[in-house]
Design a protein around this ligand. Structure first.
Ligand code: P6P
Length: 334
């Protein structure tokens, strides 16, 4: 009988790595896991229940909210607030940051930033979607109301980041700064079990992920890189493969395992880029770098070194195998 190494056991085992750990972090992760199990249940039955499709509202970005977006946002907010281990959160679905008013919450030392359900427009066509989360220690004094500065920290300051991918199986992939580990959800047990220890990007790969429909709007360096990917590679006598699902977590996860590069450049439609720095760029960049890959917003500029100016600011985003990012940088600087 193989022994499962469950997420809870893994966190406890590794809590010893952090002498200052007070169990708050474990409780925070426990809340994230509970919310992930609930969202997983709802995503998996979305086709049967009347919870897919637009909710009739729009999020701060003016984008139509899907009903599951709203549900996922409420589930994660409730789970994180209830445990008293988080003093505030930022969500793609909320205009401003949420300050938890409970005394225990105000004495909590962590803030969480999240995209509760990224790629949710894919739900009604049964394509994988994901939750993305980013965790920081607060900067303002414990016991006082959380402030904007607690959320506008560079990605390099994250204490943890991860994602849940609701796909052919549901997985939680995260890092606390000591490598990346993946846990597969076993619904019959209600447990996340270690299935992908020490996840590392292959140094290079042969998959590029970008919405080529916007080719004409891309910067010249990106256009040249796309043409480079489409040339016959002397080493393999074949061009790269183009794989783009339109769901960041799913594209990222495949490229992390097989090697590849994800690109969402600036364009005439998105002059600042489409993806959000705080709860998409930073957490995915943290994972990418912890897995031996690279994550940049432009040539020589790491995502994690960007100083955020506002909660929902957008950014260009290039994530992937180190050698592929380095090759892209050659084209971006040419
Ligand atoms: P486009 C989903 O809306 C998302 O934020 C990412 O998950 C995904 O990679 C990207 O946007 C898709 O954007 O413009 O190609 O449809």
């Amino acid at each position: 009988m193989s022994t499962f190494n469950t997420l809870s056991e893994f966190i406890v085992e590794h809590q010893m790595d952090y002498p200052q750990a007070t169990g708050e972090f474990s409780a925070l992760f426990s809340a994230l896991c509970l919310a992930a199990k609930i969202v997983n249940r709802e995503v998996n039955k979305a086709g049967l229940a009347n919870i897919t499709g637009p909710a009739g509202e729009t999020n701060p970005q003016g984008e139509a909210q899907q009903k599951l977006d709203v549900l996922a946002n409420e589930v994660f907010k409730s789970a994180l607030g209830a445990r008293g281990v988080v003093c505030g959160i930022v969500s793609e679905e909320e205009d401003n940051f949420i300050r938890f008013e409970g005394s225990q919450n105000q004495h909590a030392k962590y803030v969480v930033l999240m995209d509760p359900l990224d790629g949710s427009s894919n739900i009604d066509v049964n394509v994988s979607v994901g939750t993305i989360f980013s965790i920081y220690r607060r900067l303002t004094p414990v016991g006082t109301p959380v402030q904007m500065e607690d959320f506008l920290q560079p990605g390099r300051a994250q204490v943890a980041a991860g994602y849940i991918i609701y796909g052919s199986s549901t997985m939680l992939v995260y890092s606390t700064g000591n490598g990346v580990n993946g846990f597969t959800y076993e619904p019959s047990l209600g447990l996340f079990c270690l299935s992908h220890p020490n996840m590392q990007y292959p140094r290079s790969g042969a998959v590029y992920s970008i919405n080529e429909g916007f080719y004409s709007r891309f910067p010249d360096g990106v256009k040249k890189y796309i043409k480079y990917c489409q040339e016959e590679d002397p080493a393999t006598q074949r061009p790269y493969s183009s794989r783009y699902i339109g769901s960041l977590v799913a594209d990222f996860h495949r490229n992390l395992i097989h090697g590849g590069i994800y690109l969402y450049p600036t364009s005439s439609r998105y002059p600042e880029g489409k993806l959000r720095l705080l709860y998409e760029g930073n957490p995915m960049a943290f994972i990418a770098e912890q897995a031996g890959g690279k994550a940049i917003v432009s040539a020589g500029k790491s995502v994690l070194d960007c100083q955020p100016q506002s909660l929902h600011q957008r950014t260009a985003l290039y994530l992937g195998s180190a050698e592929m990012i380095e090759k892209l940088e050659e084209f971006l600087t040419a």
